[in-house]
Design a protein around this ligand. Structure first.
Ligand code: ZN
Ligand code: ZN
Length: 465
């Protein structure tokens, strides 16, 4: 690790990607060799607190709440606070996140400056620091090298990771492209001035100049709006890895949920986002709530953004299909299926005749079925079954007397007790394989096996005797 740290200092200056010489076993090696700080407990917490973030994240809401108790809220100030929440929120979502951390599109200089300023108003660190952590989050999702590892619990991934000193250094993630970006560098250099200006001065001065409410502006559009923006962004790391569905992939924790989208200016389709991080969209359906996408799209119409990246639809649908098949497979595994010819005893014609004297056995499609307990329930009446005991009823079952429903065929297959020796010619798969088994979900390693009940029956080989 010592060499990696040294390399980092060296290369960050000359804009070479930091991970260019990364070892092949980087993750395992780092987790094994890099020392992590001890777990935080009541005994050591006083030494482990990250005082700067701790103060920002606790004093701001306290001052906001106390301020709100003693400050009348005017509707103009309220409307402006909500508006400014979206301005600074978009600075993070459309700027920090989708533009800089993920390069989902290219922005014109004026738009980049505007987003860099708006993002500073959210007081979440500089673009460079934020994007570096976020790229590590995507690269090492759900591991100890992910700075806000969701496996450490909701609280830790939401805010805990900033309240204490990082337990380990986030995994290596290259930001050399950002080091070369003049606007990112400008923001980094002037960060303190920009957070004071955009975080507090602008939200105080605008309501003061327009309707004479400087104090309300400071409390509501400054302090409280900042708390909302903070927790809105933090929800992307906590709520979006905890609540909802995984329609694209379930390998990791990210999830899709409308509630998360509503509280994060549209970053709630996080399962999609982790699968297709360079897509400028988080929500792919027009009716899903993704104002960040709408904003970027509008900027494109205004000529301020271009090259909006979109992942190929075909690949997106593959992910969705895989997840749908997984669910269907679970349902398939919950159901009882008929025995196939490999599991059933092979019975001679004579033995079939003999056993039919003792119980109602009927031959259909080469399978011998035991119809005990069913004769009285047969919708067509018991007499039609009784006269077929000990006989081949294939023709009668498949349309000769009544063309049975698929459900009837499925039920019939559940009553199989044997296979007639030499009793079935080839080429009658549709009669031997019940409708419920003609289309099934098979895992790739089951496809060639003659012993599975899903796809191995397709050619009929090994099935009939
Ligand atoms: Zn995430
Ligand atoms: Zn992301």
């Amino acid at each position: 690790m010592a060499t990696t740290t040294k390399t980092k200092t060296k290369v960050e200056d000359d804009h070479t990607p930091i991970d260019i010489d990364i070892p092949d076993n980087y993750v395992a090696y780092t987790l094994k060799t890099q020392k992590a700080l001890p777990p935080v407990s009541w005994a050591n917490i006083h030494k482990e607190i990250n005082w700067l973030s701790f103060t920002i994240l606790t004093v701001t809401p306290l001052m906001g709440i106390v301020g709100a108790i003693f400050t009348k809220l005017r509707w103009e100030t309220f409307a402006f606070a909500v508006f400014y929440y979206f301005v600074t929120g978009l600075g993070i979502t459309a700027g920090y996140h989708r533009l800089w951390a993920h390069r989902c599109y290219n922005a014109s200089k004026p738009l980049e400056y505007a987003l860099a300023m708006a993002g500073a108003g959210a007081v979440e660190g500089s673009i460079k620091w934020w994007s570096r952590g976020h790229r590590a989050h995507h690269r090492y999702t759900d591991t100890e090298l992910d700075p806000y590892n969701a496996h450490r619990g909701f609280f830790y991934s939401h805010i805990g990771w900033m309240l204490v000193k990082p337990r380990r250094k986030p995994g290596v993630a290259d930001v050399s492209d950002l080091s070369k970006n003049e606007i990112v560098r400008w923001q980094h250099r002037n960060y303190l001035t920009l957070i004071i200006l955009m975080g507090f001065v602008v939200p105080t001065v605008v309501p003061w100049l327009l309707w004479g409410d400087a104090r309300g502006g400071y409390v509501y559009a400054g302090l409280l709006r900042l708390c909302f923006v903070h927790h809105s962004t933090f929800c992307v790391n906590s709520l979006a890895h905890w609540l909802g569905e995984a329609p694209f992939d379930d390998k990791h924790t990210p999830k899709d949920h409308l509630i998360t989208a509503l509280v994060t200016v549209g970053e709630g389709y996080h399962n999609f986002h982790h699968q297709f991080p360079m897509d400028y969209r988080n929500a792919i359906k027009w009716y899903q709530y993704d104002p960040t996408k709408w904003f970027i799209w509008t900027m494109k119409q205004l000529g301020l953004a271009r090259q909006l990246k979109v992942f190929p639809d075909n690949e997106i649908h593959k992910g969705q299909l895989t997840m749908q098949l997984k669910k269907l497979r679970e349902t398939q595994e919950m159901l009882a299926w008929p025995s196939d010819s490999n599991d059933l005893p092979v019975i001679s014609w004579d033995s079939f005749q003999e056993q039919s004297q003792k119980r109602p056995l009927v031959l259909i499609s080469g399978f011998i079925h035991d119809l005990s307990n069913f004769i009285e329930e047969h919708p067509g009446g018991p007499h039609l079954l009784i006269k077929m005991i000990g006989k081949d009823a294939t023709t009668a079952f498949f349309g000769g007397v009544y063309d049975h429903s698929n459900a009837a065929h499925n039920l019939l297959a559940m009553k199989r007790v044997g296979v007639l020796a030499g009793g079935m010619p080839h080429g009658l798969d549709d009669k031997a394989i019940p409708p419920s088994q003609r289309l099934k979900i098979a895992r790739y390693n089951e496809l060639s096996s003659p012993y599975n009940s899903s796809a191995g029956q397709s050619d009929g080989e090994g099935m009939f005797y």
